[in-house]
Design a protein around this ligand. Structure first.
Ligand SMILES: Cc1ncc(COP(=O)(O)O)c(C=O)c1O
Length: 437
């Protein structure tokens, strides 16, 4: 699929200054590492560039949360054919209604508690913390590492938080059929489970090679009653097919987006339903050490688990937000999914964001050993976080991710890795070594 390309080369990006702590609480989804502060250098400190240099429309915190209409600076929007507009407006209306609707919220809270198993633990990774104490010389004593255990949710990942809530919206809109696209299969399983719970018909589009690699998740989807349709290509091609199918059946079918991309209001909807992760983390941190996490770390495929964790803390300038994207076989190899490191701004799947594209604006094929990270774009809010400097972004290669997985499994043997083996949310947190400028 082609995209309209807007070159942004030459625009300097703000960097978040490294800060000086005595002891850190790092949360991984997400990492929370816990530390006692000697001195908190907030983003407004004199030690580096600060958010003060970001143009503010009203108030800085509000600015960082977007304009409420799906625009984050120049990112986001609704680049869709006219025929889709009215359906997207209806979706937005319904979403705005259910956000404040007591009945909907009560049903969702109950389902998240009893069906999904929330809240998920904020688990102190003691042995991993011990491991890093000796090898991270920059942080005195090393960080205390906490894992936000989204893997313990029903179906094995954060995807169910959003799938369940959106399936409820589908039912309210009178759509008895749901379509979705999945890469690793985690969003497919979550959508199939949500549809089974709510008696909705479910069709999941998935790349042919991904079907083979993630055969266990495909079996789960089928057991849950979903139809799995094989698509030539990878996750991006499956997404295009799912959207096409939705457009052909607009008034009977609901497109259940699994991540924070697509035309407005899709990214906002997914982020809203995933932000339960960050809200719980704030509460749990307060209970566990009476403060906030110092650093939050999440892998960035397109950004749903990252924003789920980060969004709650966007206005907390003393909390560093760190995203890690997939460098695949290496940034110079051309085989990676490092959209923020290598992408240019363009329009894809209905919104404007950073994209992996060639000089003609054609989408480049992404690669990662973590199937769920193979997408050529990121959500508009993630792009905005990079551009404003509110979040820091790094990359990790396939090899580093694999080593990270081994390390975490060996140190925290009680963790059961489910779903996409190499893109579980916490694997990347130990392999950060290159900062994206
Ligand atoms: C467990 C898990 N984490 C992370 C991701 C990456 O997606 P996102 O960046 O939207 O969280 C996926 C995608 O399939 C996933 O299954």
């Amino acid at each position: 699929m082609s995209s309209s390309k807007i070159q942004v080369r030459g625009q300097p990006l703000l960097r978040v200054p490294a800060r000086n702590h005595r002891m850190t609480h790092l949360v991984v989804c997400g990492v929370s590492t816990k530390r006692h502060h000697r001195e908190i250098n907030a983003l407004s400190s004199n030690s580096g560039p600060s958010l003060d240099s970001v143009p503010t429309r009203t108030d800085k915190r509000q600015f960082l949360r977007g304009d409420g209409n799906g625009k984050f600076g120049r990112f986001g929007g609704k680049f869709v054919p006219e025929t889709l507009m009215s359906r997207l407006i209806e979706l937005e209306d319904e979403f705005n209604f259910v956000r404040c609707d007591h009945e909907f919220q009560e049903e969702l809270t109950t389902a998240l508690r009893d069906y999904v198993g929330r809240e998920t633990p904020l688990y102190f990774a003691e042995r991993l913390t011990e491991h890093y104490k000796n090898i991270v010389p920059t942080i005195e004593g090393g960080p205390e590492i906490y894992l936000k255990r989204e893997d313990l949710s029903h179906c094995g990942s954060h995807k169910i938080n959003n799938a369940l809530a959106q399936a409820m919206i589908s039912r309210r809109l009178g759509c008895s059929r749901v379509v979705a696209a999945t890469g690793a299969g985690q969003h497919g399983v979550a959508t199939a489970a949500a549809c089974a719970k709510l008696s909705l018909e479910c069709t999941v589009f998935m790349g042919a090679a991904d079907i083979e690699k993630q055969s266990f998740n495909v079996l789960s989807m089928k057991l849950l009653g979903a139809q799995v349709i094989s698509v030539e290509g990878t996750f991006k091609d499956a997404s295009s097919e799912a959207i096409r199918n939705w457009v052909e059946n607009l008034y009977t079918t609901y497109y259940l987006s699994g991540t924070v991309v697509g035309p407005h209001p899709c990214p906002i909807i997914v982020r809203e339903f995933q932000s339960v992760i960050g809200k719980e983390t704030r509460r749990q941190a307060k209970q566990l050490w009476g403060g906030k996490p110092d650093v939050l770390v999440a892998c960035v495929g397109s950004g749903s688990n990252a924003l789920g964790l980060f969004h709650e803390f966007v206005g907390d300038e003393d909390v560093r937000l760190v995203g890690v994207e997939a460098a695949g076989l290496g940034l110079d190899s051309g085989k990676h999914s490092a959209t923020l490191a290598f992408g240019d701004v363009g329009v894809y799947h209905g919104s404007m964001s950073y994209l992996l594209q060639d000089d003609q604006g054609q989408i480049l094929k992404p690669h990662s050993v973590g199937v769920g990270l193979e997408y050529p774009g990121v959500g508009p809010e993630i792009s905005f976080m990079k551009e404003t400097g509110r979040a820091e972004f790094y990359t990790a290669t396939d090899e580093e991710a694999i080593q990270g997985t081994y390390l975490i499994v060996r140190h925290e043997q009680n963790l059961i890795i489910t779903g996409p083996f190499l893109n579980s949310n916490w694997t990347v947190t130990v392999t950060i070594n290159r900062k994206i400028d």
